[in-house]
Design a protein around this ligand. Structure first.
Ligand SMILES: [Fe+2]
Length: 215
């Protein structure tokens, strides 16, 4: 059996085993988020876009392993961009799918209280995150994160596939993908309508769990 074989290997061999990243399954059907996000968008977003980040992350890690074996520092440095972009894309989308649900959910008592304290009201939090996210120039993500140093919730807007925690130190709780691949087939150029609508399908149970773990 695979796992017992790996478990019985000497530690020097274990460190040489590299597990490839794989595309995580969606926790719902492609059409489950309609009418907020149509089936076609979900299917392309998951099977094409997210899959490409996974494939390219694995390829970049292979090159990194090769460069490390040759002690090629220049090559190692040159791989930074590909690792950030594709690794970020994999991390961000893996969170995004968990952040969404066709079911009606509510924030936990603790998260709701923290949001109200931080942003005056729950509606004002949604308004601030929407405004920040809609205003992102080009492609990127709007985030609700948790700042472990201050113990407070914090909003952030990041470009491209920059991952929240590696870029800012904030623990990601809720991410909104505003790459055009996330909405253009359905919402065309009207990004504000997509961002406002996405709050209808936020999985507050997942966001609340992330908040509880981060604290
Ligand atoms: Fe995306």
């Amino acid at each position: 059996m695979m796992f017992s074989l790996a478990r019985n290997l000497p530690s020097t061999f274990k460190s040489a085993i590299r597990f490839k990243h794989t595309l995580p399954s969606l926790p719902f059907d492609y059409g489950a988020l309609e009418p907020i996000i149509c089936k076609e968008i979900m299917e392309i977003h998951h099977t094409k876009h997210h899959q490409t980040y996974v494939t390219n992350l694995n390829a970049a890690e292979e090159q990194l392993k090769d460069a490390q074996s040759k002690n090629d520092v220049s090559k190692i440095i040159s791989l930074g961009g590909a690792l950030r972009f594709n690794g970020g894309g994999h991390i961000n989308h893996s969170i995004f799918w968990q952040n969404l649900t066709p079911d009606r959910t509510e924030p936990s008592k603790e998260l709701k209280a923290a949001l109200e304290q931080q942003f005056s009201s729950f509606d004002n939090f949604k308004k601030e995150l929407t405004t920040l996210t809609v205003a992102i120039q080009g492609s990127g993500w709007g985030w609700l994160g948790y700042n472990k140093k201050t113990g407070k919730l914090q909003l952030a807007a990041l470009p491209n596939q920059d991952p929240l925690e590696a870029s800012t130190g904030l623990v990601p709780l809720l991410g909104i993908d505003v790459w055009e691949h996330a909405y253009y087939l359905q919402y065309k150029n009207v990004r504000p309508s997509y961002v406002e609508a996405i709050f209808e399908i936020v999985n507050w149970k997942d966001v609340s769990n992330r908040f509880a773990v981060a604290k």
